[in-house]
Write a protein that binds this ligand. Structure first.
Ligand SMILES: Nc1nc2c(ncn2[C@@H]2O[C@H](COP(=O)(O)OP(=O)(O)OP(=O)(O)O)[C@@H](O)[C@H]2O)c(=O)[nH]1
Ligand SMILES: [Mg+2]
Length: 412
């Protein structure tokens, strides 16, 4: 049987075979592509630029650490100073902050701190003047004012001076005018404070590197706290600080100061307990100089001004500092506890003689009705008050301003 295919049939057969083979090839190609895109990558598929030598731990944290842990918290990146308050991570920071209680301003702190002194000065004067007693004479009023000032620790000499000034300036017609007396008294106290405080402090503005400040005073007046607060304030101004722990009597004193040094990120210089305080002071200045610190604060042990041996020791501390930097210490701050009373004047006189104090820090004004000591100190010693303290926190110590002080004293 003979099979003969026409040319038309041959063409159709070839076309069919080609179409069939083409379809199979296309199907295989598409399938391979689909497999490639869905395949789980194997280590060999990792891109060429992947870090080959990354430490195992890093790789692990990137890959396995939950998202929240991969964001470095502020606590982890912050300097120790932040340990003062609760550290906040970014996630917490985004949360709506609860309304913060109003932090008192310095003026409010000062007004609060001087409240009892204000009461001491004005309570009795108020009573006399507001009694509207026809028998009250001009003399009675000035006697009352004098007594009130002495009670507030303005001191006899300074109180007499102030009363005399008010008496001379008060017109006869205003003899029982409370506002007129108050206004004149305020002006006279301000004038007196201004005259004694006309030498500006060099702690905030000076060209010394380092600026050396020696902190002295009797026991428990607030020397260490003041040193710490000053260091912290300097840090906030962006200054590098060194602190010398020249109170070598008590180990606890060194620990107390070290905490402040950590907060202020200051270099901390200490020697073994019982070491010569002069050696600590010398080393502190030397280190502050070598490390390019802006401020060098030296805390000393409390000492009674009538102990000659201790005062001689302090004189040595001062002398030795001068061996490292000729004109240092640039400031010698005498810390006075405002609750001490008139004895503070005697302390200041002796300390001035021994170590030539350049300024006074008046602390604990918040704990007394005798803040008038500030006026006595300036008038009778002619030593400027550099700072005043109205509490234990760092915000409670500020440079002294006569105008701020008088405003706060009269505002209560
Ligand atoms: N209320 C009040 N307390 C203060 C003030 N300044 C310091 N203090 C407190 O007074 C106490 C004694 O302060 P320190 O700084 O240790 O006194 P110090 O002069 O170094 O004491 P010694 O080294 O022992 O001589 C501490 O409890 C301070 O917190 C202030 O302005 N107001
Ligand atoms: Mg101390």
């Amino acid at each position: 049987m003979e099979v003969s295919l026409s040319s038309m049939e041959i063409t159709l057969t070839v076309a069919f075979v080609c179409f069939f083979l083409g379809g199979i090839t296309a199907w295989i190609f598409l399938r391979k592509r689909a497999q490639k895109t869905t395949q789980t990558p194997t280590p060999r598929d990792a891109p060429e630029h992947a870090p080959k030598h990354a430490p195992k731990s890093t790789q692990k944290s990137v890959q396995e650490t939950p998202q929240a842990q991969q964001i470095p918290t502020q606590a982890a990146t912050q300097a120790p100073i932040e340990a003062l308050g609760p550290a906040q991570g970014p996630a917490q920071a985004q949360q709506a902050e609860p309304p913060q209680p109003h932090a008192p301003t310095w003026h409010e702190r000062l007004v609060q701190g001087l409240r009892r002194t204000h009461g001491q000065i004005f309570r009795s004067l108020d009573e006399v003047l507001l009694s509207k007693d026809a028998k009250v004479t001009r003399k009675d009023i000035f006697n009352t004012l004098f007594e009130a000032l002495v009670q507030a620790d303005v001191g006899v000499t300074t109180s007499e001076l102030l009363v005399e000034k008010v008496r001379t300036k008060l017109p006869a017609a205003d003899s029982t005018n409370f506002d007129a007396i108050r206004k004149l008294l305020k002006e006279e106290i301000l004038a007196l404070l201004n005259s004694g405080n006309n030498v500006p402090s060099t702690i905030e503005s000076n060209t010394n590197n380092p600026h050396v400040v020696l902190v002295v005073g009797v026991n428990g007046v607030g020397k260490t706290t003041t040193t710490g607060k000053l260091a912290y304030k300097a840090k906030l101004r962006g200054e590098d600080v060194a602190i010398g722990a020249a109170d070598t009597f008590r180990a606890a004193a060194v620990d107390q100061l070290r905490i402040w040094a950590e907060r202020a990120e200051a270099a901390f210089v200490q020697l073994k307990p019982g070491s010569d305080p002069a050696s600590v002071a010398f080393e502190s200045v030397k280190i502050a100089k070598a490390q390019g610190k802006k401020l060098c604060l030296i805390d000393t042990a409390g000492r009674l001004h009538n102990r000659n041996d201790l005062m001689a020791e302090l004189a040595k501390v001062r002398r030795v500092i001068g061996k490292e930097i000729t004109d240092a210490p640039h400031e010698v701050l005498l810390v006075i506890d405002a609750t001490t009373g008139q004895n503070a004047l005697q302390q200041a006189r002796v300390f001035r003689e021994i170590v030539n104090i350049t300024g006074i820090v008046l602390t604990k004004l918040d704990g007394t009705a005798k803040g008038g000591i500030a006026i006595a100190v300036v008038n009778e010693l002619k030593i400027p008050i550099r700072y005043i303290g109205v509490g234990e926190t760092v915000e409670d110590l500020e440079p002294f301003s006569s105008a701020e002080f008088v405003d706060a004293l009269f505002e209560n």
